[in-house]
Design a protein around this ligand. Sequence first.
Ligand code: OAD
Length: 254
Amino acid sequence: MGTQLEIPPSIFEKIVNAKVAAAMTGAGVSAESGVPTFRGENGLWRNRRPEELASMEGFLDDPRLVWDWYDWRRTTIAEINPNDGHYALAEMETVYDEFTLITQNVDGLHALAGSRDPVEMHGNIWHTRCMKEGTIMENREAPLKRIPPLCPNCNTMVRPHIIWFGEELDTDVLKRAGEAARSSEVFFVVGTSSVVQPAASLAGLAQRNNSLVVEVNLERTPITDSVDLFLQGPSGVVLPDLLRMICRARGFDV
Ligand code: OAD
C-alpha cells in the first residue's frame, strides 16, 4: 500500500480523463532494480570517461575495453528484475486507449515488465550490430564467451547496438517518439535528468502540443519549473500510487 499523492483536482481530472498518453523514462526508473544511473553520486559516468566507453572513437581505439565494460553491464543486468515502477508503466497500456512507452534505457527491463513495444531511443544492450554488414542481432550471452564478439554470419567484430556520443538516433525511432509526444494528452517524464538531447526535448514538444506534462523524479531537474505537475519520490512507489489513483477514479478494480 502506498501513500496518497497530492495532485490538484484540475490536473488529476486531466490525467484520469485522457485517452492518449505517453511516458519517457530514464535510468532512474531502473535504479530501484539495482541498475546504476549515469549521473549523480554513484553514477556510471562519475569515475569514467564517456568518450572512452561510449563513442566510436573510443571503440575503434580499444574494442576490448569497451566490450569488457558492456560485458560487465550485461552480466549485472542479466541478474536484475523489473521493479514496481516498470510494472505500473506496463499497466498504463491497459488504462489508456493509447499509451506509448519511450525509454532512454538500454536494459530491456520495460519489455520484461510487459510493456509491449517500447520505443528504445538509445538502443538495447542485448542487441549487437555487425561492423561490416550492419546486421542487428539479439545476443543474450552474459558473460560473453569471446570479447570482442564476432558476427555469426561474416566473422567481423560486432558493436553494441547502442547510440554513442556523437551518433544520430535512428530516424524511425525518433519519429515514433516525436509522434507519441505530440499526440499525447498526458506525458509522463520519469527518472531522467533531462539533459541528454533529443530525448530531453520531448517534454517541451508534448507541452507545445497541449499535453499535460507530469514529472516523476527524486530530485528537481532542468525541466521541473516548466512541467504541469512534479511528483517527487522514487518511481517504484510514485507510479504504482498514481496508477491506483487513476484506476479508482475510473472505477476499475485495484
Ligand atoms: P541520469 O543518470 O542522467 O539521471 C537519472 C535521473 O533519475 C536523475 O534525475 C535522478 O534524480 C533520477 N532518479 C534516480 N533514482 C530514481 C528513482 N528511484 N525514482 C525516480 N527518479 C530517480 O540518467 P538519464 O537521464 O537516463 O545515454 O541519462 C540519459 C542518457 O545519458 C542515458 O540514456 C545514457 C547517458 O549517457 C546513452 O548511453 C546513449
